[in-house]
Design a protein around this ligand. Structure first.
Ligand SMILES: NC(=O)c1ccc[n+]([C@@H]2O[C@H](COP(=O)([O-])OP(=O)(O)OC[C@H]3O[C@@H](n4cnc5c(N)ncnc54)[C@H](OP(=O)(O)O)[C@@H]3O)[C@@H](O)[C@H]2O)c1
Length: 319
């Protein structure tokens, strides 16, 4: 099912439970180099978060592993007490050992998942404390751990949900959660969101996106700007964006908003100017023919699209 609208609805309601503005904010970069420790400019990070709220952002994506913990704490410092309509989505289930963990290398696993129930419980408790909340709005399993039965991982999160510590549950993956995994997960929990690597130049998870759309699940594309590869003068989108009087980052985001009614965007930036620029993507209107032309132009340019290797049980057993 493909649905596109020239007048894009800027709000998304998932599974009749959660309504948010579709242009949210990804906070990961508000940490130190390598997504490790405190941001180099904490006051600047606070300004970005507060400006995001001023501009209508009411969905922020973070994770316990960003820092670890520092990212959730800077959000708390900037925004607590939180606006009533703000949804903070955090994630747990990854190990961190230092700032070099997530270097784009083909030789080593990109991430190290740990989905043991007792670890997930501890991490939920830590996120509650770091964010300063009694209940987490949306908690995503950061990565399914292939060495632990999914029923044990999600089962523990469901118990935490029953105890009121989590409101909604989601799944994230590197590069992404598959339809098979989503089907299995939905037998255990009501999944309201799935977070996969996806952008105009990296559309391998199209089927998962359409599955999410068909089941009223939010599809949260991580790297919506290609982790920076789709922005600036060198972007494959630069010549096309100029035709729309837009910047490449605005066109990349507008394309995602128009491509499916299920997308919930979390572009990341450490700059108030970039944030303001990105939020104006909501003003761009694209018809079906324009969408097709933009997609075809990007495909013709054959941009290099990086994807991490999928984690398999044999990799995690090395740990
Ligand atoms: N679930 C997962 O496994 C997973 C994995 C990765 C990321 N994520 C989430 O996804 C979010 C987005 O990913 P991301 O931030 O790495 O990638 P992104 O949103 O695709 O791109 C962010 C990069 O683009 C630059 N940028 C943003 N707006 C710009 C503009 N208008 N002009 C020029 N440069 C611009 C930023 O630099 P400046 O700071 O200079 O603006 C930053 O380097 C993260 O914040 C995180 O919350 C989730």
């Amino acid at each position: 099912m493909t649905t596109r609208h020239t007048n894009v609805a800027m709000q998304l309601t998932v599974r009749d439970k959660l309504t948010v503005n579709r242009l949210g904010y990804g906070a990961m970069h508000l940490t130190g180099p390598g997504m490790w420790g405190d941001p180099i400019d904490p006051e600047g990070a606070i300004r970005v978060l507060r400006r995001a709220i001023d501009l209508g952002v009411n969905f922020i994506d973070t994770a316990d592993s960003y820092g670890p913990g520092n990212n959730e704490r800077i959000i708390r410092r900037a925004l607590h007490p939180y606006p009533d309509d703000l949804v903070i989505s955090t994630k747990g289930g990854l190990l961190r050992s230092g700032p070099k963990d997530w270097i784009r290398s083909e030789g080593v696993p990109y991430i190290v998942p740990l989905g043991r129930p007792e670890y997930l419980r501890q991490q939920v408790e830590m996120s509650l404390r770091n964010l300063g909340v009694e209940s987490i709005d949306l908690y995503q399993l950061h990565s399914i751990d292939p060495a632990v039965p999914l029923a044990d991982q999600l089962g523990e999160l469901v118990r935490l949900q029953e105890q009121g510590k989590i409101r909604h549950l989601g799944l994230s993956g590197q590069p992404g959660v598959t339809i098979n995994e989503l089907n299995q997960a939905r037998e255990i929990a009501d999944i309201v969101a799935v977070e996969n690597l996806y952008n105009i130049a990296n559309r391998a998870d199209e089927e998962t996106l359409r599955y999410a759309e068909g089941h009223h699940i939010a599809f949260i594309p991580w790297f919506p700007l290609g982790h920076g590869d789709l922005v600036g003068k060198e972007s494959v989108l630069a010549p096309i964006a100029a035709q729309y009087d837009a910047t490449p980052s605005q066109l990349a985001l507008a394309w995602l908003l128009h491509h499916s009614t299920a997308t919930l965007l979390i572009p990341g930036t450490t700059s108030v100017i970039h944030l303001e620029e990105n939020m104006r993507a909501a003003e761009i209107r694209l018809g079906n023919a324009e969408m097709d032309a933009i997609t075809a132009a990007v495909d013709r340019a054959k941009p290099q699209a990086w994807r991490p290797r999928r984690i398999h049980a044999d990799i995690t057993q090395e740990r």
